[in-house]
Design a protein around this ligand. Structure first.
Ligand SMILES: O=C(CO)[C@@H](O)[C@H](O)COP(=O)(O)O
Length: 228
C-alpha cells in the first residue's frame, strides 16, 4: 500500500474546524482525536462534532478514541460517520467483540497501543483488525517529541504482519514530521498521523504532499517493503 498521511485536527484551530478540514482535502484520512479527560489528561470533542465534520469534508474520518469505555462509545462514532475507529487496547474490555462490532457497522476497526504497551500479547488478535496504531508519544497532546524507542516496536509489529500474511495497516501517531517520518517508514509504518507538522506549516496541503513523498521514497528502499 502507498503510504497514507492523516493530518491530526488536534493541531487545527477548533473555532474553524470545517475550514481546517477542507484545507487538507488531499490527505488520505482526517485524524480526529477524541479525548475524555479520563483516559488522557485532555478534553477535545465528541460524537456531535464528528457528525458535523463528516458533513463538512470529503476526506474520510479516522477517529482515534482516547477515552474510557470504548466498548460503549465506539459504535456511536461509526454511526456519526467515521470511516475508521481506533480504540485503545488499555481501555477496551472486550477488544475482539468491539472490533467485530465496528466492522459489522461498516467502518474499519483499529486498535491503539500506548508507548508502554507491548504488541506481543495481541499477536493473535491482529487478524480481527484493519489497522494497528502505535503511539510514538504519550497520548494526550500534540507537539510532543517523537519517541525513538518506539522504532523496535514498529519493526516487531511489521514482522508479525508479514509472518501472518495480514493486510493490516500500521499507523504511527505522535511527533511525526519531516525529520522523523523516514525512520517510521523504514521501520514498517505505512499510515502516518501528523498534527503540528501539517497544521503548523504555511501550506498544510503542501505539507501533506511532501510528507507522503518522503515516506514513499523511504518505503520503496526499505527491506520490509520488498514484494509488498
Ligand atoms: O493523538 C495524538 C496525541 O495524543 C496525536 O494525534 C497528536 O495530535 C499528534 O500531534 P503531533 O505530535 O503530530 O503534533
Amino acid at each position: 500500500m502507498a503510504p497514507q498521511i492523516n493530518p491530526s485536527i488536534l493541531s487545527a484551530d477548533f473555532a474553524r474546524l470545517a475550514e481546517e478540514a477542507q484545507a487538507v482535502e488531499g490527505a488520505d484520512w482526517l485524524h480526529v482525536d477524541v479525548m475524555d479527560n479520563h483516559f488522557v489528561p485532555n478534553l477535545t470533542l465528541g460524537v456531535p462534532v464528528v457528525e458535523s465534520l463528516a458533513r463538512a469534508t470529503h476526506t474520510p474520518l479516522d477517529c482515534h478514541l482516547m477515552i474510557e469505555d470504548p466498548d460503549r462509545w465506539a459504535p456511536q462514532y461509526v454511526e456519526a460517520g467515521a470511516g475508521s475507529v481506533t480504540f485503545h487496547a488499555e481501555a477496551a474490555a472486550a477488544p475482539v467483540r468491539l472490533a467485530r462490532e465496528i466492522r459489522a457497522k461498516g467502518a474499519r476497526a483499529s486498535m491503539a497501543l500506548k508507548p508502554a504497551t507491548p504488541v506481543e500479547p495481541y499477536e493473535d488478535l491482529l487478524a480481527e483488525l484493519d489497522m494497528l496504531l502505535i503511539m510514538t508519544v504519550e497520548p494526550g497532546f500534540g507537539g510532543q517529541a517523537f519517541l525513538d524507542i518506539m522504532l523496535p516496536k514498529i519493526r516487531r509489529t511489521r514482522e508479525l504482519i508479514s509472518k501472518h500474511g495480514l493486510e493490516l495497516w500500521l499507523q504511527v501517531d505522535g511527533g511525526v514530521s519531516a525529520s522523523t517520518i523516514e525512520r517510521c517508514a523504514e521501520a514498517g509504518a505505512d499510515v502516518f498521523v501528523a498534527g503540528s507538522a501539517v497544521y503548523g506549516a504555511d501550506d498544510p496541503a503542501e505539507a501533506v504532499r511532501s510528507l507522503r513523498a518522503q515516506a514513499a521514497a523511504k518505503t520503496a528502499s526499505s527491506a520490509w517493503a520488498c514484494g509488498h
